[in-house]
Design a binder for this molecule. Structure first.
Ligand SMILES: Nc1ncnc2c1ncn2[C@@H]1O[C@H](COP(=O)(O)OP(=O)(O)OP(=O)(O)O)[C@@H](O)[C@H]1O
Ligand SMILES: [Mg+2]
Length: 405
């Protein structure tokens, strides 16, 4: 089986997915805009050939370069797990005659208004929503929905340009900041807890699913630098409180006609138990949430994904052994990390639980916490008992402090 993977070296998880393909016996070809010498060693080992293109964003040019480069080698799959290149992958499948999701199947995953329209038609509870392309349309939508409301780009990521607005004054104040966004989605604000529903799906059937709990909700975490955001991969995915989300996830995947690969859905549970759809991507979650799945079940989900897309099978035992918590840290101050306080005690106390310390070391330049949830690094811990897990996570959030400057 010959598999072409788009952007095999970027972002962070792609080298592992590329490795997974090689490990299940596929012949792996890569195409990307990274210079071959900039590719991680793991990727170079896994691939049998790599086409370096000047840009991935001129789809016609990439298709032409690929055809020339392949010279008759025919592809069995074209895989892409990176959000901005999903449509490119679909277009290449169409133009090279490779099976898999086509452009019209992928677009609803990229356009949040289209996505919600398809789901509305299928009877799935989405937040009330209207698309808006002008200031006047934003006001009109706001009148119809009422406050509080959410304003966000239809193709947003990382909560960029996403605002909660409580009244007319706030809407008036924020509109000028959205001038560069061509189409926004105006949505009913849904109050509640926020979870993921992540799957590996094979031919429309869910072979594996993961649920993670965001503490606090991403928009709040993204708006307050002092917060140490937590993502908790839950061990008890069959908990009664989660069944509504699981059921919704199944319906969403069916309604969108998703075929084979990773999906990442976000959903909300209101205080009264009502479950509301958030968004879905035809790709895995970021910020090392895929690694959380591995630590939760002690398997290699990168390889299992590869088996799913190449052989249509999910072979690993799904033993849900642990809850896994990732606590992302933001240093206080600017510039370089100058101190990490509280780590020694935490390392002693939770020695058994800590599976990954990815905190920036002293001397490293701070990252932009608004650009990346990973921020100035993270600690990942696991524990069988959720209450204990949450206590540990809160301890790390509160008592581990990175300083900068
Ligand atoms: N209708 C809504 N009601 C309440 N909160 C919302 C709503 N829409 C978005 N949010 C908040 O804003 C966050 C970002 O929105 P959304 O997930 O749609 O955008 P995104 O930029 O694609 O996110 P990301 O890439 O970070 O997953 C959500 O996680 C949620 O906390
Ligand atoms: Mg989101």
């Amino acid at each position: 089986m010959i598999v072409l993977i788009i952007s095999p070296g970027y972002p962070a998880d792609m080298p592992h997915f590329t490795r997974g393909l090689a490990e299940v016996g596929a012949q792996v070809l890569g195409v990307g805009d990274q210079h071959p010498q900039a590719l991680p060693e793991m990727v170079r080992q896994a691939m049998s050939d790599y086409l370096h293109v000047p840009s991935l964003w001129d789809e016609a040019a990439v298709a032409a370069q690929l055809r020339e480069w392949l010279r008759g080698r025919s592809l069995d799959r074209i895989e892409c797990l990176w959000e901005p290149a999903m449509v490119l992958a679909a277009r290449l499948r169409e133009s090279l005659g490779v099976p898999g999701m086509r452009v019209d199947q992928v677009l609803p995953f990229r356009d949040k208004e289209r996505m919600k329209q398809v789901l509305d038609d299928a009877g799935i509870r989405t937040p009330r929503h209207f698309p808006a392309t002008s200031v006047a349309e934003c006001w009109e939508a706001a009148e119809r929905i009422g406050f509080p409301l959410i304003l966000k780009p239809i193709a947003g990521a990382g909560s960029a340009d996403t605002y909660r607005l409580d009244d007319r004054d706030q809407l008036r104040a924020v509109l000028p900041r959205l001038r560069h966004v061509p189409v926004v989605s105006v949505e009913e604000f849904v109050d509640g807890e926020e979870y993921t529903f992540d799957t590996i799906t094979i031919g429309g059937e869910i072979a594996y699913h993961n649920i993670a709990w965001y503490r606090p909700r991403p928009l709040i975490a993204r708006s307050n630098e002092w917060i140490s955001p937590q993502v908790i991969a839950l061990r008890s995915v069959d908990d009664a409180a989660l069944t509504g989300g699981v059921e919704m996830g199944r319906q969403v995947i069916a309604a969108l006609g998703f075929d084979t690969g990773f999906t990442h859905m976000e959903w909300y549970r209101k205080a009264d138990g009502e479950v509301v759809f958030g968004e879905i991507g035809a790709r895995p979650p970021g910020a090392h949430q895929v690694d959380q799945m591995n630590y939760a079940c002690d398997f290699d989900i990168f390889r299992e994904w590869a088996r799913a897309v190449t052989a249509g099978r999910f072979d690993a035992d799904i033993r849900r052994l642990y809850n896994v918590a990732t606590i992302y840290k933001r240093a206080r101050g600017v510039g370089r990390i100058s101190a990490v306080e509280g780590l020694e005690r935490i390392q002693t106390e939770y020695r058994e639980a800590i599976v990954w310390n990815a905190l920036l070391p002293v001397g490293a330049q701070r990252r932009d916490w608004r650009q990346t949830l990973v921020s100035d690094g993270f600690l990942m811990l696991r524990h069988r008992d959720l209450t204990t897990m949450l206590r540990m996570a809160d301890d790390v959030a509160t008592h581990l402090t990175l300083r900068a400057g």
